[in-house]
Design a protein around this ligand. Structure first.
Ligand code: FAD
Length: 439
């Protein structure tokens, strides 16, 4: 995804953009080995959808035609900290689909809309060509592809910064938060009467348990169900034990769907030991003509669903940096890395802070994390009873507002009052629709 949106942005600034992709890119929307996480439930946050719609007019219609399921934020069921809340009328719209449908549709649109972009698949880049301290192209099977700018969007396991370190450039410092996430995903048929909500996301209370579940509707009348554990036994691959694992979540929603239907796939697994950030913004020397972008810079705990949006915002920042400094400027990398750091700072801090709610998480913990988490716990309780708090929280999750906007004096007062109301309602649940914010 980072490569596709970066190519879209670059196509406004250069004569020719060439994407080199290691995998074979299939015509149909099916998972591929270079993106193993693509089999698991992906949520494209509404702000990411609106960026894509701006770059690819008509994309949303094409996704809907491909079977993507429209949902508004009112269709999200969150279960957090032992109670659920649904956010109604929050003014954000999004589509739900499999990751391969999103990727193949954007890929097709990119080639159709931007004649100066081309893709070479089954083309693994294995080296960088350096001349006079500048990257002037890449190597593929011994052949050279020369370019004014090389952008490596090769994911969290990217090797290109290591290759530069071998050639004498400094390697970026790395922050790694050990979350020890193990996922297990099954795809099941979606019945018309399964749920009235378009999407259900459950998040267990990480302070008490180490399990999560996510269920998103996808094209072809399917649910993609991803169960996960942090620092705990992985979701089992044996079907009955998998269903039992779902039964242990704090809400029966996912287990009920699993019990009602025959799954279409076996349990597909994925492990992510760490959230990882490469501090490229701290590099004091980088070669001109080269950048990394996307998960290669910051790969977050997927629970927060911010990876694709973060990649899109980084691509947008790259466009601005090119407009300001020029494509071939030696200043470009540093200017872009500074902007990219601004994009990833907030989600990294929030995600890492939330990860430390789990006492087994280890890694660099920022000062004040405990205090921040206690406040965020109140915010999450306040979301159940206050539309303004829920709306602002959604804006922060969508990276449309800074986390500090949840900490203004007026917001703190709202949060405290709404959190108190929410606690009172949990003790006195009669007479209210469960979990809907009421203003
Ligand atoms: C389990 C899980 C669930 C997730 N859920 C969400 C979610 O709900 N919402 C969300 O926004 N994000 C989610 N993410 C994160 C999201 O998948 C990534 O942030 C997103 O894919 C952006 O990554 P990228 O494009 O930088 O890298 P990738 O998607 O990993 O793509 C890297 C590409 O580079 C290619 N490549 C690698 N090396 C080479 C080479 N040498 N030569 C040529 N090509 C190469 C690969 O084949 C691949 O196509 C999730 C991640 C995981 C692990």
């Amino acid at each position: 995804m980072a490569g596709l949106v970066t190519a879209r942005v670059l196509s406004d600034h250069v004569d020719r953009v060439r994407i080199l992709e290691r995998d074979h890119l299939p015509e149909e929307a099916i998972p591929r080995s270079g993106v193993p996480q693509g089999r698991h439930a992906h949520v494209l946050l509404a702000a990411g959808q609106s960026l894509l719609d701006g770059w690819f007019p008509g994309l949303a219609d094409e996704l809907r035609a491909g079977g993507a399921v429209p949902l508004d934020a009112g269709g999200l069921v969150w279960r957090q900290g032992g109670a659920s809340w649904t956010a109604s009328d929050l003014g954000l719209c999004a589509l739900s689909m499999s990751r391969p449908l999103l990727e193949t549709t954007v890929h097709r649109r990119l080639l159709r809309q931007r004649p100066n972009v081309s893709i070479a698949d089954e083309t693994a880049v294995d080296g960088l060509i350096l001349e006079d301290g500048r990257v002037v192209g890449v190597q593929v099977d011994g052949a050279q592809h020369r370019a004014d700018l090389v952008v490596a969007c090769s994911g969290r396991h990217t090797r290109f910064l290591d290759l530069l370190a071998e050639r004498g450039f400094p390697a970026p410092e790395v922050s790694a938060v050990h979350i020890d996430l193990a996922c297990g995903t099954r795809v099941v048929p979606r019945q018309p009467d399964d749920l009235t909500r378009a999407v259900a996301i459950e998040v267990d209370d990480l302070a008490c348990s180490h399990r999560m579940g996510r269920m998103v509707p996808a094209e072809g009348n399917r649910w993609i169900i991803t169960l996960g554990s942090f620092h705990d036994e992985a979701p089992p691959i044996e079907p009955a034990a998998y269903a039992d694992f779902a039964r242990c979540l704090p809400s029966p929603l996912i287990a009920d769907v699993l019990a009602r239907t025959e799954a279409l796939t076996p349990v597909l697994t994925y492990r992510m030991p760490t959230s990882r950030r490469r501090h490229v913004e701290r590099l004091d020397r980088t070669p001109a003509g080269f950048l990394v972008l996307g998960d290669a810079i910051c790969s977050l705990n997927p629970l927060h669903a911010q990876g694709m949006l973060s990649a899109a915002l980084q691509a947008q920042a790259l466009g601005r940096a090119i407009a300001r400094h020029g494509l071939t400027s030696p200043q470009l990398a540093r200017a872009f890395y500074r902007q990219a750091a601004k994009v990833v700072d907030a989600p990294w801090r929030l995600a890492a802070a939330a990860d430390f709610v789990d006492a087994c998480t280890s890694g660099p913990e920022s000062v004040g994390t405990g205090l921040l988490n206690r406040y965020l716990d109140m915010v999450s309780r306040a979301c159940r009873t206050s539309i303004p708090v829920a709306r602002q929280t959604l804006r922060v999750q969508n990276l449309l507002a800074r986390p500090a906007s949840l900490m203004t004096p007026a917001m703190v007062v709202r949060v405290l009052l709404a959190a108190r109301r929410s606690r009172w309602r949990r003790r006195n649940p009669a007479g209210r629709e469960a979990g809907s914010p009421v203003g």
